[in-house]
Design a protein around this ligand. Structure first.
Ligand SMILES: [Zn+2]
Length: 322
């Protein structure tokens, strides 16, 4: 009997579920609103409903599903099968693997950044990679570390918090984690918007302020637009961002000696504006014996990365077991 896996991307607003064969071909998908406000039990039931539905859609029996990958937004305890914390869901300290036990299928839990890394490894820009770092730069910076084709989880399943390495020790910019000068505090999309806003509010000469009605509207897109109109300050800001991103990547390259760094998240849309700056910073700071072997490439899965990452989470476990 042919076997399959299911991937569930649990988000604060949507649950995306897909079924794939063991070759990784996606056969069907289901998407439902999470309706997190209805509480824990309703969300768990909804996860189950998407699984039943997606299996039904392709006329299969639940017993043909060999494993379920579940990606959740937040830290997890993989050994216990529990979610430690999720910002927008009432699932803190819930043993989700236990809750899904009545499905009778092995459930493999993963945090969404690690799942995304696996998604890019199995289906996206990292297909050829063996040692890969996934870096997602949006409002924050997250990541996943793949060593010998597998996620590196660390002692407490918390490895990969790359956004919280200190880049500027004397910085006054406070990070969400409480530390100052973290990579995500100074090199994320949020940081980019802040740099633009501060420049405008300080009265510096730039077009950035002319492109919005209020400085609170300044974001990466606005700064990119100003850059395209040859705005000097926009270029300076993007150069600074590129340099900070490059410093963090150089650190990762020196530590992990990856063959591939996959860059995802909102900042990847402005990649052409910062790529040269990032590359030159990497070459300046990482050892040449390591930079010679690494490729920095853009993620390929876009908004699909969550659900494909969940499928990849299941595939990587099931394939190892076979
Ligand atoms: Zn931090």
């Amino acid at each position: 009997m042919k076997e399959y896996v299911v991937g569930v991307d649990l988000g604060g607003t949507k649950i995306l579920t897909a079924i794939a064969d063991l070759e990784g071909n996606i056969l069907a998908r289901v998407r439902k609103d999470t309706e997190a406000q209805k509480g824990k039990d309703a969300v768990i039931q909804k996860i189950k409903d998407t699984i039943y539905e997606v299996v039904e859609k392709v006329d299969l029996d639940l017993s043909q599903v060999k494993g379920i990958g579940l990606g959740v937004p937040g830290p997890v305890n993989i050994k216990e099968g529990s979610i430690k914390h999720t910002p927008n869901l009432d699932l803190d300290n819930v043993n989700i693997v236990e809750e899904l036990k009545d499905l009778g299928i092995a459930v493999f839990l993963e945090n969404d950044a690690n799942a995304a890394a696996l998604g890019e490894k199995w289906f996206g820009a990292g297909k050829e990679a063996e040692n890969m770092i996934y870096v997602t730069i949006s409002t924050g910076i997250g990541g996943g570390i793949i060593i010998n084709k597998e996620i590196f989880h660390g002692a407490g399943d918390a490895a990969g918090e790359i956004g919280h390495m200190t880049i500027l020790p004397d910085s006054e910019i406070k990070c969400g984690c409480g530390n100052y000068g973290c990579w995500e505090a100074i090199a994320s999309g949020t940081a980019l918007s802040r740099m633009g806003r501060e420049a405008v509010e300080a009265g510096e000469e730039t077009l950035i302020g002319d492109l919005v009605t209020d400085s609170s509207e300044i974001n990466g897109e606005v700064i990119a637009k100003a850059f395209e109109k040859d705005d000097k300050l926009a270029k300076e800001i993007l150069d600074r961002l590129a340099s900070y991103i490059g410093i963090g990547m150089a650190n990762l390259i020196n530590i992990f000696n990856p063959d591939t760094i996959v860059v995802g998240g909102g900042v990847s849309y402005s990649w052409s504006l910062i790529e040269d700056g990032v590359t030159s910073e990497i070459n300046k700071r990482a050892m040449s014996s390591l930079t010679n072997n690494v490729e920095v490439v853009l993620a390929e899965l876009g908004s699909d990365v969550g659900v494909l990452g969940a499928v990849a989470t299941a595939l990587s476990e099931v394939k190892l077991e076979i």
